[in-house]
Design a protein around this ligand. Structure first.
Ligand code: GZL
Length: 324
């Protein structure tokens, strides 16, 4: 009898253990440990200093010690690669997907596939044109306000002087570039600022340098002001401006967006004239959103992280304690 009872007890214990594993498997569906939340993060690439700081922030927050198993992909600034990465995460059966969408359009199909697979999606940084019932939440920045702040600085300092301005645009079709342009144009509307040209440098230093070289060949010293949608393109333009025998920050006034370390150093050194910050440190907010959506808690559909702006004196003061 004892043997039979022992056998039943053993079978019960095994069944209980199996049940326990299965329920834990539900939370770590993507192959994480029993309690880890498996997150697939589809990053745009590594196109700028801002991107590096954003990647670092998310990797630090989505760490194993914080309860996550992170599957990371950087898409080399190509949307088709980024969409392929998201499909791979769906096939792996991760618990949640985070995307920094390179461009606003083209996301409906893969976001629908994630929804059909029961995998919540969180957008960070840039956003998409797809319906917001295809993602759980978006945490990012007010790009239109950033552009408007840059444009207001130009208006306040140069309206009435018939100044000529060129623009280095961010990645074509990205919400950051589209909204910064909208805000900037709104701010300078009605002024006598003359926009000579506006082209994309794809948010990279090399892109900024090459497009600025073209602007200088075409317009030479007619250019009074440069507005670059990010610091990195502005930093690339510095090389072109000095190669043309002009003094950046003096012959050509420069306003940019991001406030990464190298941009703030250029501002403190007098090569830039004004920077509008775009905060890349979104990791903790993203990690908190992932935990909530995986737990089935309700979350806000969108959260905007506040920014600030800097002139040359403020950059000198802020530099020693800047976190990125
Ligand atoms: C803005 C971000 C932009 C930065 C660029 O949130 O998407 O992309 O301004 C980066 O530096 O490449």
């Amino acid at each position: 009898m004892k043997k039979i009872l022992a056998g039943v007890a053993l079978a019960g214990a095994v069944a209980l253990a199996m049940t326990g594993c299965a329920s834990d498997g539900g939370s770590g569906g993507g192959g994480g440990g029993d309690d880890l939340i498996t997150v697939g993060f589809a990053q745009t690439g590594s196109e700028s200093g801002w991107r590096s700081a954003n990647t670092e922030s998310l990797k630090t927050a989505l760490s194993e010690e914080n309860g996550f198993k992170l599957v990371f992909n950087a898409a080399d600034n190509k949307q088709e690669a980024q969409i392929a990465a998201v499909r791979s995460f769906i096939n792996q059966g991760v618990d949640a997907i985070v995307i920094a969408p390179i461009t606003v359009d083209g996301w409906d199909d893969v976001l629908t596939e994630a929804k059909d697979a029961g995998i919540p999606v969180i957008l960070e940084d840039r956003t998409v044109s797809a319906s917001d019932d295809l993602y759980a939440s978006w945490v990012g920045l007010d790009f239109e306000k950033e552009g408007e702040t840059a444009g207001t600085w130009v208006k306040d300092n140069f309206d009435g002087q018939a100044q000529n301005l060129v623009v280095l645009e961010g990645t074509t079709g990205s919400s950051a570039a589209l909204d910064r342009a909208t805000g900037f144009d709104k701010a300078i509307e009605g002024t006598d600022i003359n926009v000579l040209d506006s082209q994309t440098g794809d948010f990279t230093r090399d892109g900024g340098k090459k497009v600025m070289e073209g602007f200088l060949q075409k317009y030479g010293n007619q250019i009074n002001i440069l507005f670059a949608h990010n610091d990195d393109m502005g930093l690339g333009a510095l090389d072109a401006i000095t190669a043309a025998g002009l003094v950046p920050g003096q012959d050509i006034k420069i306003v940019t967006i991001d406030a990464v370390h190298d941009g703030m150093q250029a501002l403190a050194d007098g090569k830039f004239n004004y920077i509008v910050e775009c905060n890349p440190l979104l990791g903790e907010k993203v990690a908190d959103l992932v935990k909530k959506v995986v737990a089935g808690d309700s979350v806000e559909k969108r959260e905007i992280v506040p920014d600030q702006s800097f002139d040359q004196d403020q950059a000198k003061e802020a530099l020693p304690t800047r976190p990125y």
